[in-house]
Design a protein around this ligand. Structure first.
Ligand code: GYE
Length: 311
């Protein structure tokens, strides 16, 4: 009711809160859903959201943050494309008394420079994927190829680390190739094609670990075009749980995925509202859940349930 009354006077005062959102871009289905849900969450709460798409460039994110600061927004959400290089602009936001909440990726900066970070445990995700593979191959020799996420991004660093930790000590498992596929389908397909070529048309590859589902979906296409069966000749494990990977799982072409909620904005806005209203300081890390799905989990049902939830 307050919002309606205020909007009769001026559009600018229609919202209690104005929040700037610096989004990385739209490299994956997961991120597109995160954008959709952030806009939805803002609208439901009467928050005026200023959206800036950085097209994968850190310099664009820094510009967006400076522009939000100049406009005097009440708070900033940022999904940081890479982990390093944020100290200066975060200090500027702090000096202007504008709280910054990190979404889905972390930064290498002192934690007094931001209010909180809403992310999953990305090391744990890599471990879950790795453990699934350890259990599935059950001691058999297995050459693994890895498609990494965006170079220098916290999930790419962490998902690599977690996976390596899980397979450490299991000498039957060996990562034979590892390269970035930038979290995109196109690059995932392209890099997988080069892996296949380099590894005897794929005959030397037993499993693919992709840091996100989109790269896995691209790679699945490459595996099929090489005349092999993804999910059988080459096991496929990835992270995100976007609807398309469940279709692939239902078709037997992907094996496992670790779920990442695209609704990071919900907990972020909850924390922000509590902070503004009651001065409640949130913990520095608000962790979202990670759950493993396999072909045994009725993939078509999950697919149907996911569609519409931002996807
Ligand atoms: O897994 C991937 C995306 O930052 C954790 O970024 C996120 C990752 C997500 O593009 O699909």
């Amino acid at each position: 009711a307050t919002i309606l009354a205020a909007s009769m006077f001026s559009a600018a005062s229609a919202a209690d809160l104005t929040v700037g959102f610096s989004q990385i871009g739209s490299e994956s289905g997961w991120r597109a859903a995160e954008t959709t849900l952030t806009k939805q969450q803002a609208e439901e709460r009467g928050i005026d959201l200023k959206f800036a798409d950085a097209q994968q460039k850190q310099e664009n994110q820094i510009k967006a943050l400076r522009s939000f600061i100049a406009q005097g927004v009440d708070a900033i959400l940022m999904a940081p494309v890479v982990a390093t290089g944020w100290d200066e602009v975060l200090q500027e936001a702090k000096d202007a008394d504008i709280p910054v909440i990190l979404l889905d990726r972390k930064v290498d900066a002192s934690d007094d420079l931001y209010l909180t970070a809403v992310t999953s445990d990305t090391v744990h995700e890599g471990k879950v994927a790795g453990q699934w593979l350890v259990d599935t191959v059950a001691g058999k020799p297995c050459n693994v190829v890895e498609l990494q996420g965006t170079t220098g991004s916290s999930p790419a660093i962490d998902r690599k680390k977690g996976f390596e930790e899980a397979i450490a000590g299991h000498d039957n498992l060996k990562i034979v190739r590892s390269q970035t596929g930038d979290f995109t389908r196109t690059k995932g397909k392209e890099v997988m094609e080069s892996f296949l070529k380099a590894e005897d048309g794929g005959k030397n590859i037993c499993a693919l670990y992709a840091h996100n589902d989109d790269m896995a979906v691209g790679a699945i296409q490459a595996i099929k075009e090489a005349g092999l069966k993804p999910g059988k000749d080459i096991l496929v494990v990835s992270i995100d749980s976007v609807p398309d990977i469940f279709q692939a799982m239902a078709a037997g072409e992907a094996n496992a995925t670790v779920e990442l909620t695209p609704n990071m904005a919900g907990p972020a806005f909850d924390a922000l509202e509590a902070y503004r209203k009651d001065g409640k300081v949130p913990p520095k890390w608000i962790q979202t859940e990670s759950k493993l799905y396999t072909q045994a989990d009725d993939p078509m049902k999950v697919y149907e349930a996911k569609k519409g939830l931002g996807y």
